[in-house]
Design a protein around this ligand. Structure first.
Ligand code: SF4
Length: 251
């Protein structure tokens, strides 16, 4: 295996993973983006009063949820004091609180309140992932960092393909980052690429052309969107319920 600091490490490590579990186990070693490696570690020493004494994960954050999920939720990247602290997707900040609460209402999460990686939370029929796995400054990865990280999501999509029926993408960044790996894996992504919008739904076909994959757009559950009312809990629930229904994931 290559040096984890080698920009080609994600291609080698993700590309040769044969299961989602193996992919998740390899990901935390990755250190291919120097700016993000420095940032994820620096944030661990901010010494915020709310988290004083807690040991930060400060590594790449793997996907969370069943490895045979029919529904995938794709965000942006870990938050510096959220998933970068707890080591679990959407866990430890307000964005995640809103998302897990909606999933719990739909019967897809075992509890509404994500606290830590060992809080006993389980997801049913839904998995969470992101196109960039390390916390970026100002929540803005560069295009180069997005592209360097792409093999992790691309391989996850390939390994989930046998069961995957729907994807909910939170925000335009995730939407744009998702289309290339879907196209590379053989799904029929239209040209020009469909634009992101809240409530947008695009139906793709797998390489054999006989199995649909529905991709849903939803505003990101960022604090800004939630606090301004751009994304209300009802709007989020509606998109998630629609996607979970299509995927056959609702209890
Ligand atoms: Fe590796 Fe992705 Fe983190 Fe870059 S952002 S160091 S490619 S896990």
């Amino acid at each position: 295996m290559r040096d984890p600091e080698d920009p080609a490490f994600p291609v080698a490590a993700a590309g040769s993973a044969t299961t989602v579990t193996e992919l998740d186990e390899r990901l935390p070693q990755c250190a291919a983006c120097p700016r993000l490696v420095a940032w994820r570690r620096e944030k661990a020493h901010d010494d915020l009063p709310a988290y004083r004494g807690q040991e930060y994960w400060a590594r790449p954050v793997p996907g969370f949820g069943p490895v045979d999920a029919p529904l995938l939720i794709v965000g942006l990247a870990p938050a510096a004091h959220g998933a970068n602290r707890t080591g679990r997707m959407f866990t430890g900040d307000r964005s995640g609180d809103v998302l897990f609460a909606a999933l719990h209402e739909l019967g897809l999460a075992s509890r509404p309140d994500p606290v830590s990686a060992d809080d006993g939370m389980t997801l049913r029929g839904v998995r969470m992932s992101s196109p960039v796995r390390c916390a970026p400054p100002q929540n803005r990865p560069t295009p180069g960092e997005r592209d360097t990280c792409r093999p992790w999501l691309a391989r996850e999509l390939e390994l989930l393909a046998p069961t995957l029926r729907a994807v909910v993408v939170l925000g335009a960044f995730g939407w744009q980052a998702l289309m290339p790996p879907l196209a590379a894996a053989g799904w029929s992504v239209p040209r020009p690429r469909p634009a992101f919008g809240h409530g947008t739904r695009v139906t793709l076909r797998d390489p054999a052309g006989n199995r649909p994959l529905d991709v849903f757009g939803c505003y990101h559950v960022s604090q800004r969107n939630v606090f301004t009312g751009r994304l209300t809990p009802g709007m989020l629930r509606e998109v998630l319920a629609g996607a979970a229904g299509v995927a056959g994931a609702l209890p």
